[in-house]
Ligand binder design. Structure first.
Ligand code: CA
Length: 326
C-alpha cells in the first residue's frame, strides 16, 4: 500500500474575522487542528499543535506514535499557556492520521470535535466520535442526532489539547484498502454540510483530493461558512511506496567480459559484499529505506556479485595461464 494524491485547504469562512485552524499535509502525516481562546490564542494553540506533530520522525509509527505526538503537543500548549498569561486557557482540537505504508494501516489520533471520515466503495463513514457536549447527549439518548445538529451548544467540546496538563487521546487503526479516500476536517465543514453533501462533493470532484478539498470549502461557504473550514484529503493506492531503487533495466548487466566497461553504478559488491537478508526485512524506517534503495536488487544484486566474482576468477586464471606459459 502507498499514499496516493493528497491535498489540504483552510479557509476563514464567511463570518469569522480570523482563521484559528491549522493543518498538516505532509505524507505520511496528516492533521487538522481547530484552535480556541481569546485574542489570537486559538491560532497560537493550533499552530503549536501542528508544529509539535510535524516533528514526527521516520520511527514514529502506529497508535503509540500518534499518541506520543499528541501528548507532546498538549504539553507544549499547556506550558506556553502557563508562561504567557495572554494565552491562558487556550486550547485546540486535533485529528491526526499517520499512514504506515509498509503495513497498509492508518493510525488516527483524535481529541475534540474535528473529524476523520473514510470514503470507501462510495460509502462515507465517520471514523471519529466528537468529544463534544452534544455528542455525549446523543450517546446517552438525551438528544437525537438531528437535534444535536441544531443545538446552540453544539460547538462546546469536552476534551481539548492544552487546557490540562495531561490529555486523553482516542486512537484507532484502519486497515487500508486501495482507493480509500480519507478526509480530516474541522467542525466548520460538518456544521455546514451533512454526510450526503460531503460524499456528493467528493464524488463530484471525481475523488481528486485537490479538487475535492476546494469543492468542500466552496460548498461549506455556500451554506453560510459560519466557521473556519479546513479539510485535508489523502488517498491510498495499490503498490509499494516509491523508493529510489534502480529500474529493472539497470539490474541486468549480463555482459561483463570487458571488465573496464562495467557500469559504475552496478558495483555495490566491492565495498559491501552481500547484504544480510534480515536487513531486507527490517521495518522501513528512514534508515532502512535508504538501505533498501541502496542495495535495491535483492537476489538480483547477489547475481551481479556472483558475476563479478566469476569474472575475477576467469581473469585470474588467464593471468596465471599467461604467467605460466611465458
Ligand atoms: Ca471551529
Amino acid at each position: 500500500m502507498r499514499i496516493g494524491r493528497a491535498a489540504g485547504v483552510t479557509d476563514t469562512g464567511r463570518r469569522r474575522l480570523r482563521n484559528e485552524d491549522a493543518f498538516i499535509c505532509e505524507p505520511p502525516l496528516f492533521a487538522v487542528a481547530d484552535g480556541m481562546g481569546g485574542a489570537r490564542a486559538g491560532e497560537v494553540a493550533a499552530r503549536l499543535a501542528a508544529a509539535a506533530l510535524e516533528e514526527a520522525g521516520a520511527e514514529t509509527r502506529g497508535e503509540q506514535g500518534i499518541t506520543a505526538l499528541i501528548v507532546e503537543a498538549n504539553r507544549r500548549i499547556w506550558d506556553r499557556a502557563l508562561a504567557d498569561p495572554a494565552t491562558a486557557g487556550m486550547g485546540t482540537t486535533v485529528t491526526a492520521a499517520l499512514v504506515d505504508e509498509s503495513h497498509g494501516t492508518v493510525a488516527i489520533g483524535h481529541v475534540g470535535d474535528s473529524r476523520a471520515y473514510l470514503l470507501r466503495n462510495g460509502v462515507l463513514e465517520q471514523l471519529t466520535t466528537d468529544h463534544s457536549l452534544v455528542a455525549e447527549l446523543v450517546e446517552s439518548g438525551v438528544l437525537t442526532p438531528e437535534e444535536a445538529e441544531r443545538h446552540p451548544q453544539r460547538s462546546a467540546i469536552t476534551r481539548a489539547l492544552g487546557t490540562e496538563p495531561t490529555v486523553q487521546v482516542e486512537v484507532l487503526t484502519i486497515a487500508g484498502e486501495p482507493a480509500d479516500l480519507f478526509l480530516l476536517c474541522s467542525d466548520g465543514l460538518p456544521t455546514m454540510l451533512g454526510d450526503e453533501e460531503i460524499a456528493a462533493a467528493l464524488d463530484g470532484a471525481e475523488r481528486d483530493p485537490a479538487a475535492a478539498a476546494e469543492a468542500l470549502v466552496a460548498a461549506a461557504n455556500e451554506q453560510g461558512g459560519e466557521d473556519n473550514i479546513t479539510v485535508v484529503l489523502f488517498e491510498l493506492a495499490e503498490g509499494e511506496a516509491p523508493t529510489e531503487e534502480p529500474t529493472p533495466a539497470e539490474l541486468q548487466p549480463v555482459e561483463y567480459s570487458p571488465v573496464e566497461n562495467r557500469p559504475v553504478e552496478n558495483r555495490p559488491v566491492e565495498n559491501e559484499p552481500v547484504e544480510d537478508e534480515s536487513e531486507m526485512e527490517a521495518p522501513a524506517t528512514e534508515a532502512s529505506k535508504t538501505s533498501l534503495s541502496r542495495h535495491g536488487a535483492g537476489p538480483g544484486g547477489r547475481g551481479v556479485a556472483l558475476a563479478f566474482i566469476a569474472a575475477a576468477v576467469v581473469i585470474a586464471a588467464v593471468a596465471l595461464y599467461l604467467g605460466i606459459t611465458k
